[in-house]
Design a protein around this ligand. Structure first.
Ligand code: AMX
Length: 437
């Protein structure tokens, strides 16, 4: 089997050539207009970023190097004894555009497990934080502090050539990914099970297998499989979403991968983005409490209107790009559909029933451009069913996953020698002046 480095050594020169040709032959080609509504409207729909690993179609949803989630479920290797895609096979696809063999996937799992223990100073740092500090804040702090050992930063200080950046970026990215389960699990342990011993990283397990084991649910095969799927499909959602874009911007300054990804995590921690993950379940449980035994389409509809009329958004619905139900939502629902014990769970049922009602209500409400569920509508209820009931922690799991995409692009941005990001901003007066010209 080849290593991921060897495959990248082959792929990088081809992509470098492709970019060179794009710049020299088509540098002046027009991809769209910049309108005032773009400048004042969060740049929605503006084609202004290069992002290699995935492209999002508004109707079809995400494709990773051209592969849909269903394609990935068919071709990407699973863990021994499992069926779902694992983080390592998704990472390999995102990084290289190629499908790893089973042996290559296992080799990558072992490499990550061998690098998986946390340095002592990180353990001390995380253990010193108050358990009342939000787990996402803690995760970002731990990730940023891991840059103490950044190979990219050390090499930059030594004075390496630009063409070598990506190799150090890759080493940091693999080191960081390897340590994320131990970091995220330690935060969970400290907040929710203080004093409970943490297992060591098991060299024979895949990344998510180890994560679930360190969270304390290692004997729950179904939860492990769910989190494998969850972490693989949350990994990348093209470049313009807030976490990916933030990490890309910070990386473009040549801040190391740890700092770039920590920055992305803090974008993910906003309620309109990854924190919707925790908000959905809180909202659905309030709904459950308020409706009591009276859970009907009509009563859910009333609850939805109550949320909307109070000026709040319906968490888990709407999207900046998608205009259809999110295929990640559908994949997580399919996971439930094959497991009767999940289908019998009241909170899983409530999420399903809400989906039967919410799009029509949101259409009638008439504001959101996408009345359909995004991935966050589905993800929490299954975690809750399996006993992972602390929903303040849910965005951390999303954060562990998003490293796959953010770090992939960090490596590619350095391999392609992309410049520091510096778009032009305008004041309202300056916009008016331009319009008059
Ligand atoms: N409930 C109520 N109103 C909504 C809505 C929802 N779920 N989604 C959008 N709207 C409203 C917006 O607030 C906006 O109202 P305004 O004109 O008064 O400001 C209007 O509809 C138009 O918004 P849009 O163009 O359809 O969406 P957007 O691109 O500006 O924002 C998103 C996208 C996801 C932030 C928004 O749909 C939202 O707030 N959803 C709920 C939170 C959520 O689920 N976030 C997770 C997204 C996925 C992820 O990143 N993890």
């Amino acid at each position: 089997p080849q290593t991921v480095r060897e495959v990248l050594e082959e792929v990088v020169p081809k992509k470098q050539l492709q970019l060179k040709q794009l710049k020299t032959e088509h540098g002046q080609a027009v991809l769209g207009d910049v309108k005032v509504e773009h400048v004042v409207g969060g740049m929605r729909g503006l084609k202004a970023m290069l992002w290699e690993a995935s492209v999002l179609d508004p109707i079809e949803g995400i494709r990773f190097h051209g592969l849909s989630i269903a394609d990935c479920q068919k071709v990407l290797p699973a863990a021994p004894g499992g069926k779902e895609i694992i983080a390592e096979s998704m990472l390999w696809l995102l990084l290289t555009g190629k499908i790893p063999t089973e042996a290559e996937t296992r080799q990558l799992s072992r490499e990550l497990a061998e690098k998986g223990e946390l340095p002592e100073y990180i353990e001390k740092l995380v253990d010193s934080l108050p358990s009342t500090l939000h787990p996402m804040t803690q995760l970002g702090m731990g990730v940023a502090a891991l840059n103490h050992d950044s190979k990219f930063q050390q090499a930059y200080e030594r004075g390496i050539k630009k063409s070598e950046y990506w190799t150090y970026a890759l080493e940091d990215s693999l080191d960081l990914l390897a340590k994320l389960p131990a970091l995220a699990a330690r935060i969970y342990r400290n907040i929710y099970n203080p004093g409970k011993p943490l297992p060591k990283v098991n060299k024979d397990l895949d990344l998510v297998g180890n994560y679930v084991n360190m969270l304390g649910y290692g004997d729950n095969h179904d939860l492990t499989e769910y989190l494998r799927l969850y972490i693989a499909i949350h990994g990348d959602h093209e470049g313009g979403n807030a976490s990916a874009h933030t990490s890309h911007l910070v990386g473009s300054t040549l801040a190391d991968p740890y700092l770039a990804y920590a920055a992305g995590l803090y974008a993910l921690a906003g309620p309109l983005h990854g924190l919707a993950n925790q908000e959905v379940l809180r909202w659905q449980m309030n709904m459950q409490k308020e409706l009591g035994g009276n859970i009907t389409h009509e009563s859910i509809k009333e609850f939805l209107w109550k949320t909307l009329k109070s000026g709040q958004v319906v968490p888990g619905y709407g999207h900046g790009v998608l205009r259809n139900p999110d295929p990640r939502f559908m994949a997580l629902q399919q996971f439930c559909d094959t497991r009767p014990e999940l289908l019998e769970d009241p909170i899983v049922q409530l999420v399903k029933k809400t989906y039967e009602v919410a799009p029509a209500v949101l259409k009638e409400h008439g504001k959101t451009k996408n009345p359909y569920p995004n991935v966050d509508a589905a993800s929490g209820c299954v975690l809750y069913h399996y006993g992972l009931t602390q929903f303040k922690y849910y965005t951390v799991i999303f954060g562990v996953s998003r490293a796959l995409g953010c770090l992939t692009q960090y490596v590619w941005s350095r391999a392609l020698g992309l410049p520091i990001e510096r778009p032009k901003s305008l004041s309202m007066d300056a916009i008016e002046k331009l319009i008059k010209q």
